[in-house]
Design a protein around this ligand. Structure first.
Ligand SMILES: C[S@@+](CC[C@H](N)C(=O)[O-])C[C@H]1O[C@@H](n2cnc3c(N)ncnc32)[C@H](O)[C@@H]1O
Length: 361
């Protein structure tokens, strides 16, 4: 909207699809036509053929809701057969997938707010009515798509790619360079995005090869800040032998290891891994940015096993040894208006977000 060519990068396929839908103008007449066809299909109350690959699906959704969701997903799958296999239709189909995804947690038995997908037995939930909710969601998306499609300059290029930003990015971009980068990276002991999206992934996970728990658990390992690895991954790790080379950070890692008798070894390793991967990230970004351009970075400090990590300062040092120079830094209190959940002190309450303004040397 600000008039730039843009590229978005995230490792999370659902986030990527949401971002792609929100940044892709669609043909409004065609969108109306496809939506009307889907709405008519819903009205015919046929049975859907789509079945989630989940044996416990009836724990997460009532039988009626399963039938409604199956019908909606089946209709969305039939769009290319009905309207053709081309980019325009594909964009509309993606929009409807995100529209569908947006109602899933609300119609499930799982708590709407919590970070993890789970059914609360103390806070009993009455799932919303599926079909009406979906129809309202279509109206909302159509309204936004219309506004966006009218305002956006179609000559601008935008591309959202699903990729790690700490590995193989330079090759993926095939020499494309940026003159500005902005990121909100994951925190240490990051949110388990896949666990958060579990209800949605029952119904659309197959589009990303994430329809089963085995596939989901394998994917989780690729996220920066992940807590998902096996004991054997860190058996040979000791913060006294393997260091990052930043005194205060290495001391913190040793403190976690020594002071937390229960989880210290694991927590020290996952924090070590976080900074190592962020270092690879800065190295990749340095190769993608042209000289004298800015990299704006937002990050909060955290506590791990009650040891305070000045993440903003540590990342600054790491960035500076990978081709950046800090030129400005400021903080603001987090009000968390848009976060659906708070971290309840886990990973340390992050009260301030620090904005780091780096220049690529
Ligand atoms: C704090 S969120 C920020 C999301 C989004 N950029 C924003 O500002 O709203 C961190 C994001 O980093 C993504 N992420 C985690 N590991 C990554 C990696 N190795 N490469 C690229 N993105 C990653 C997560 O999927 C998550 O969407």
């Amino acid at each position: 909207m600000a008039g730039h060519n843009v590229i978005g990068i995230d490792i999370d396929p659902l986030s990527v699809l949401i971002s792609k839908v929100k940044t892709t103008p669609v043909d409004i007449l065609e969108l109306n036509e496809v939506c009307n066809w889907v709405i008519r299909g819903i009205g015919q109350k046929k049975n859907g053929t789509f079945k989630p690959e989940c044996e416990t699906i009836e724990h997460w959704f009532t039988r009626d809701i399963i039938n409604s969701l199956s019908l909606i997903r089946t209709l969305i799958d039939q769009i290319p057969d009905e309207f053709g296999r081309n980019k325009k239709i594909r964009d509309i189909q993606d929009l409807l997938i995100i529209c569908f995804s947006a109602i899933i947690r609300r119609v499930s038995n799982a708590d709407n707010e919590s970070q993890k997908t789970y059914i609360s037995h103390t806070k009993i939930k009455i799932p919303e009515e599926t079909i009406n909710l979906f129809l309202n969601q279509i109206d909302l998306f159509k309204e936004r798509a219309l506004m966006f499609s009218q305002k956006i300059n179609r000559k601008l290029k935008s591309k959202i790619i699903c990729s790690s930003s700490s590995e193989g990015l330079v090759e993926k971009l095939k020499g494309w360079k940026f003159d500005l980068a902005i990121t909100s990276p994951p925190y240490i002991k990051a949110i388990d995005y896949i666990y958060n999206q579990m209800a949605e992934l029952f119904w659309i996970g197959d589009l990303f090869e994430l329809q089963t728990q085995i596939k989901q658990n394998k994917k989780k390992k690729q996220y920066i800040g992940t807590k998902h690895f096996h004991k054997k991954d860190f058996e040979s790790y000791s913060p006294f032998d393997i260091t990052i080379g930043i005194k205060a950070l290495d001391k913190n890692l040793q403190d976690v290891y020594v002071k937390d008798k229960k989880n210290g070894h694991k927590h020290s390793f996952l924090t070590f891994k976080y900074f190592k991967e962020m270092e690879r990230h800065f190295a990749e970004m340095a190769s993608c940015l042209t000289s004298n351009t800015h990299y704006i970075f937002v990050v909060g400090n955290s506590s791990v096993s009650n040891v305070f990590f000045n993440t903003a300062d540590f990342l600054t040092e790491i960035a500076e040894r990978n081709g950046f120079e800090i030129t400005n830094k400021w903080g603001y209190k987090i009000r968390n208006r848009y976060m659906r959940f708070d971290r309840k002190g886990r990973g340390g309450i992050i009260k301030i977000d620090w904005v780091l303004d780096f220049v690529k040397l």
